[in-house]
Design a protein around this ligand. Structure first.
Ligand code: MG
Ligand code: MG
Length: 258
């Protein structure tokens, strides 16, 4: 079942998701050469708890950290490392969820470490732009797969590929609710969207082939070909006009200030 939220519930979801957006903006400042992702994770947990919230990922099916830190060819679900420092030219995806006042927030950004290659920059820009293509496809009466169709068409036109093994999701009083939101079409499939639904839309885009595999740690998904992967995620509410981005960023994550 897909829940449509009341104005009061949407207010609490807005608060949880705005907290995620604010903390991600703070964390991106820590993404510098020589930093470890464990240090960024520790700061993330401190900021979440300071705000009276709880990390949503820590302990989720045994995940050990507040953020997922996925570097270079890691797609999603990377475990923060205390030993491997970030290098100039890396890209790092930070995905974070929180629970605040009974409701969940979830968002992800991918950022460059120092100066990155032109191709890496293009991957980040295309992935973030594909997220907004997906969000722009949200409207009451539309279908869930209209979102994935918009993402896939845009990504493939830019010469990149979308990951199929992981999907976006409904979110509310649980981190993952129905519906699942694939990042591929065709359009016109899946449940109908309705005002009050809250959706985490999260394209994962590979520079090379779409295939991914999970490492022996049971979490970290990587590209099979070893090429770069990027990930951007917003949580949005379906409105009469389309979508309200609950994790809207006041500062640009990549190229867009939305
Ligand atoms: Mg996420
Ligand atoms: Mg998510």
């Amino acid at each position: 079942m897909i829940t449509c939220r009341s104005a009061e519930e949407l207010g609490r979801l807005r608060a949880a998701n705005q907290l995620v957006a604010r903390i991600l903006a703070q964390l991106r400042e820590l993404v510098v050469p020589g930093a470890t992702t464990a240090v960024i994770d520790a700061e993330a947990e401190r900021l979440v708890r300071e705000a009276g919230a709880e990390p949503a990922f820590k302990g989720y099916r045994g995940f050990p950290a507040t953020i997922c830190a996925s570097r270079n060819h890691e797609v999603v679900h990377g475990i923060p490392s205390a030993t491997q420092a970030l290098n100039e030219g890396d890209i790092l995806s930070i995905d974070m969820g929180v629970k605040l006042d009974g409701f969940y927030g979830d968002s992800a950004i991918t950022v460059g470490v120092g100066t990155i290659s032109r191709e890496a920059q293009r991957l980040l820009e295309v992935t973030e732009a594909s997220l907004y293509r997906g969000i722009d496809a949200v409207k009451p009466g539309g279908r869930v797969s209209d979102i994935g169709e918009a993402v896939q068409q845009y990504v493939e036109a830019q010469g990149f590929t979308v990951v199929r093994e992981f999907v976006g999701h409904g979110i509310g009083t649980r981190l993952h609710e129905e519906p699942q939101i694939p990042n591929y079409g065709p359009a016109g499939r899946g449940p109908r969207l309705a005002e009050g639904m809250v959706l985490a839309i999260e394209p994962m885009v590979n520079a090379g082939r779409a295939a991914v595999r999970v490492l022996a740690d049971g979490w970290t998904a990587v590209t099979v070909d070893g090429l770069l992967s990027a990930h951007f995620e917003h949580t949005v509410a379906v409105t009469a006009a389309g979508a309200e981005i609950l994790t809207a960023r006041s500062a640009p994550a990549g190229v867009s200030a939305r």
